[in-house]
Ligand binder design. Structure first.
Ligand code: PRT
Ligand code: MG
Length: 211
């Protein structure tokens, strides 16, 4: 049997994946807090525990055959090289525009400054509306930017909305809904077709059981 490698997004996606992975013996058989590569409880299937934004890269280059990653990351980085056969319906949230409650309504004549970890999605979103904006790339804690005058609005993920509320921000637009997806390397799908198809079916059933 050929070995298979599954890349998992460290953090909340991993937490939400573990229950259904455990149901099919694909949970880690090792210390995921320290190890970057661990065997799963299924012989021949190993796991990479990596940053969410790195998952598409590992799968595109074939360093992993499959991966689990958020749709936000796929949309931002482009995923033409990847098959995306399965919506796992976990780590659900939405990508939204948010502004300071006390800064609304905004002056439509001023060019908007937008702080975000998602410059590509943001550029496309505003371009589709025919609006030119200035984009400021940040790597985290976007909510701070409007509070200190770095930006007028942010584009960020929202789940419960409590982080926005706590910072005096309100959602002004929803760009899209987000959930985690299973992605597959295109070449691996051909060369390891039987194994990958079987695994895909198992993951599909196990992830649906939890809903
Ligand atoms: O390492 P890297 O910076 O790439 O990722 P990370 O450290 O941000 O990873 P992590 O564990 O936060 O997981 C990120 C992935 O989880 C995203 O790519 C999404 O696909 C998914 N996800 C689902 C979320 C959320 N829900 C979410 N609520 N990622 C982040 N959040 C943050 C959001 O950015 C905001 O700060 O949670 C806050 C909002 O939550 P609420 O409930 O207060 O609205
Ligand atoms: Mg985070």
């Amino acid at each position: 049997m050929t070995a298979l490698t599954l890349a998992l997004s460290k953090g909340r996606i991993l937490e939400e994946s573990l229950p259904f992975l455990a149901r099919i013996g694909l949970d880690p058989a090792g210390d995921i807090d320290r190890l970057l590569r661990v065997p799963s409880r299924t012989p021949g299937v190993s796991l990479l525990i990596i940053r969410p934004t790195d998952v598409p890269t590992y799968v595109e280059y074939g360093a992993a055959d499959l991966g689990i990653v958020g749709k936000d990351v796929l949309m931002e980085n482009g995923s033409a090289e990847l098959y995306e056969p399965l919506d796992l319906d976990i780590a659900k949230c939405r990508l939204s525009v948010a502004a300071r409650k006390d800064a609304l309504p905004r002056d439509p004549r001023r060019r908007l400054r937008v702080a975000t970890k998602y410059p590509e999605i943001t550029r496309r979103h505003f371009a589709d509306k025919g609006e030119q904006v200035e984009i400021i790339k940040l790597y985290g804690s976007m909510e701070l930017a409007p509070l200190v005058g770095l930006a007028d609005v942010i584009v960020d993920l929202v789940a419960t909305g409590s982080t926005l509320r706590a910072n005096g921000l309100v959602e002004t637009e929803i760009i899209c809904q987000v959930s985690s997806r299973l992605v597959v390397n295109k070449a691996a799908l051909k060369t390891k077709n039987g194994q990958i198809t079987t695994l895909l079916e198992q993951i599909r059933r196990a992830s649906q059981q939890g809903r």
